[in-house]
Design a protein around this ligand. Structure first.
Ligand SMILES: O=P(O)(O)O[C@@H]1C[C@H](O)[C@@H](CO)O1
Ligand SMILES: Nc1nc2[nH]cnc2c(=O)[nH]1
Length: 285
């Protein structure tokens, strides 16, 4: 699975079969941990843990703040698999289809993102209502190439991809956690990275109605939705994107990780409660 040109159903299946032979867990929910959010996996009980380097067909996670482990376990009686370390498009991989072949029905995706929306603050949690896949608009799409009908259709719709019921459920949970004041719902824009935005790019994204920008999530969501998974997404706002030439602030990956760590416990409680409340058998919340 190292070059996306060579990946076929059999490659994904081989990796899935190996994992199924190594663990008794049969996950219905997959969680992808964003930068610095790896502790989302810590809540899993009865863990089976695999380093990416030990999994046949898995590439290495190369970004700091992404441990590079696949963790299987139980969360409030639901079987989950958690990616402690994601692969970004700038690293060149996507492994969502392995989850599909493991039997996963729901994908929960998290990320660290910078905010464009003026009303957002650092540390806010944004429930993703929709996304703009910027590389996709220019033809860089994980669904490029011959379509494998065993996974999904050639021309998948992308309206209503972020499940409405799960979004409402998350809002209700935030209310009961007493954190509604720092919860937003908005549009996430994926850019290719790995650089952060120039001021002119930030202004462009702001004008386009983007609320938060990051370098992941959209490709994973596309592949998950293409193969029929239900999707829920959260962005942790780790920084405000600089939009003014008078503003001397500047972002760094270290600063992103610091804010992620500060807020990861809140995200862990939210994700745990969401999984606890969701129906996982028939793909409806
Ligand atoms: O994996 P995510 O999307 O959380 O990572 C974000 C985007 C970049 O990869 C990195 C920049 O700090 O964090
Ligand atoms: N592209 C992008 N990704 C991020 N990830 C965390 N913060 C940011 C940001 O400001 N821009």
């Amino acid at each position: 699975i190292h070059s996306k040109d060579q990946i076929c159903h059999e490659d994904y299946q081989r990796t899935a079969d190996w994992l199924l032979s190594q663990t008794q867990h049969r996950p219905k929910v997959a969680i992808i941990c964003g930068s610095g959010l790896g502790m989302l996996a810590d809540a899993l009980k009865c863990q089976d843990l695999f380093k990416y380097s030990d999994i046949p067909g898995f590439p290495q996670s190369t970004v700091k703040g992404h441990a590079g482990r696949l963790v299987f376990g139980e969360l409030k009686g639901k079987t989950c698999v958690c990616m402690q370390g994601r692969f970004h498009m700038y690293e060149g991989h996507s492994l969502i289809r392995v989850f599909k072949l493991l039997g996963v029905e729901t994908l929960i995706v998290t990320n660290a993102a910078g905010s464009l929306a003026d009303s957002y603050s650092c540390g806010d949690i944004m429930i993703i209502r929709d996304h703009i896949n910027f590389p996709g608009l220019a033809g860089l799409n994980p669904l490029n190439g011959p379509n494998d009908d065993k996974f999904g259709p050639r021309f998948p719709p992308m309206s209503g991809v972020y499940d409405k019921n799960l979004r409402k459920m998350a809002f209700d949970i935030c209310k009961s956690m007493g954190v509604s004041q720092c919860v937003q719902e908005g549009v996430y824009c994926m850019v290719g990275g790995p650089n952060f935005e120039s001021i002119a790019e930030a202004r462009l994204l702001h004008r386009l109605g983007v609320d938060a920008v990051g370098m992941s999530t959209a490709p994973e969501v596309l592949v998950a939705s293409h193969c029929g998974m239900r999707v829920f997404g959260l962005s942790l706002i780790t920084n405000k994107v600089v939009k003014s030439y008078e503003d001397n602030a500047s972002v760094s990956h270290e600063a992103v990780l610091e804010v992620s760590k500060m807020r990861s416990e809140t995200l862990q409680v939210l994700v745990t409660e969401l999984i606890s409340r969701m129906d996982i058998n028939n793909n409806t919340a």
